[in-house]
Design a protein around this ligand. Sequence first.
Ligand SMILES: Nc1ncnc2c1ncn2[C@@H]1O[C@H](COP(=O)(O)OP(=O)(O)OP(=O)(O)O)[C@@H](O)[C@H]1O
Ligand SMILES: [Mg+2]
Length: 554
Amino acid sequence: MPLTGSAHRVLSADDATVTALLNCLVREVCAPEDQVRPQGRHLLIRLPRLGVLLRARLARPPVAFAFRLRTPCEERRDGAWIEVGWRRLADLVAGELELATGLPNPEFCAQVADSRAALSALLAARRDPPAHATGVEGYLASEQSLIAGHRFHPAPKARQGRPPEWLPYAPEAGARFRLRWLGVRADLVAEGGEAGAFAALESLGPAPPPGHRLLPVHPWQLGLLADRPVLRRALASGLVTDLGTAGPPVAPTSSVRTVYVPGADVFCKFSLDVRITNCVRKNSWYELVGAVTLDRLLRPVFARLADRFDGCRLLPEPAYRSVHLADRRLHEGLGVILRGGIADLPGTPLLAAALADPYGAGPGSLAGLACMRGPDGALEWWRRYVRLVAPPVLEAYLSHGVVLEPHLQNVLVSVDGEGMPLRAAFRDLEGTKLVGDRWEAELAGLPGRVREALTYDADRGWNRVVYCLLVNHLAEIAAAVADLYPRHEAELWRILRDRIAGYAREHGGDPRLRALLAGAPLPAKANLRTRWSRSPDRAAGYVPVPNPLRFLPG
Ligand SMILES: Nc1ncnc2c1ncn2[C@@H]1O[C@H](COP(=O)(O)OP(=O)(O)OP(=O)(O)O)[C@@H](O)[C@H]1O
Ligand SMILES: [Mg+2]
């Protein structure tokens, strides 16, 4: 049941597009050049090279970088404020970036337009989420609730193809569909990790022909690969048999390409040759091997973290499967990583991104949690939340050299019947890295490309941890709590600061933590600039943002 009218905002494709562009523009272009200034209930935003002045509404006075921007966005023209729509704003952002970088990007405005069109299609196709749902149904509703998507990306919903092609697979539209299955001649099956990990999933599939084994496939992806000559020949000669669709309906999760299979309580992380936000979602050969390698290496680490930090978990990725055919794109494009499920998590697991979503409604939203009625409940909720999420991430890095990627889409938090946090579960081994020099011995026997993809140097790893944990994740959850209780925003940051300071004391005064608590700027991933320069995600840069841990009145 929605808690207050103030929290839940009605989502329109135009508003969400404008807000996401503004969020990126302020964070990556205008604030670093000192071109933003709060003025009353607005934030003034100057595009210094174009000489354009914009303003957007501020939901409340900012705490450091945590501006809560609202539409309308207006432009100063001839002494008056004129409303700016998403098209004009995209043009202005493009103009400023072209002048700032010296590089044109003729695709940029079309990407913004595609994202907006996809959002419109999703809004039209979407059914209302269940008002009350717990357990697996509540979990899936929260995975499928990210309609507007990443709040700091210029084209968060852009998806290749026309809506009728992808809506059947869109989590935001509440999709359920059946998997496609291939029978692959046994000697052509490529696999790694734990033998037998696929058994529960296979038991839901069709019977393979003798001498063949099952490979589950995402139907959208099979359509994208259907013209590969090597696949056509393999199908024609019987090396690979198309066994059609079978098994129970599965549910796509927020990443689109990873689906949950309820009957087997597993996830399948498929390749999907479609660009979603910054990457084409393909499991490269070295990521298939890397996932199961990390899974093995991280089990003892997480056993220790779970003992120390309230039973926190990492969703395992024990095995992968694909085909050995004379086409690398098929090996990667049909590669599927098996991820362990959620049945053993207590209460109802909710996706952190759903909790942070300012447009959120329904069972996975903050406003839907009974315990958020009243500021005391909200502060207690936040105290428990940061205790579950922050210390294990810091400990993983500082004591074990493990760089988790705890952004909002990679963390689940189980809640009890009142909505109080019980346990954190981290996921997504593709984004999880090891600090190279700490893990040299364990990684020594691996192919160079696998090792390279699994490791970060210590500084890059720390930046990633701080960005994902604080900027992408906790700042956004804090902002969502502050949407409900605006006067308590500084208190939320104080609680977080106390938790990090407490952990720092236990950890013996680590200099990185000391700098964090002293207010050293935080790194924010530059999604807008990355898209503008058309760089691969792994080359994404960061921009510094002010650190609210030091802006603490009282
Ligand atoms: N705050 C956020 N930070 C990062 N991604 C977000 C955020 N909000 C929404 N998303 C979306 O979540 C997805 C994150 O992709 P990511 O690379 O973590 O997942 P994946 O590797 O494809 O799949 P999985 O998470 O199942 O392993 C993208 O589609 C992105 O747009
Ligand atoms: Mg992810």
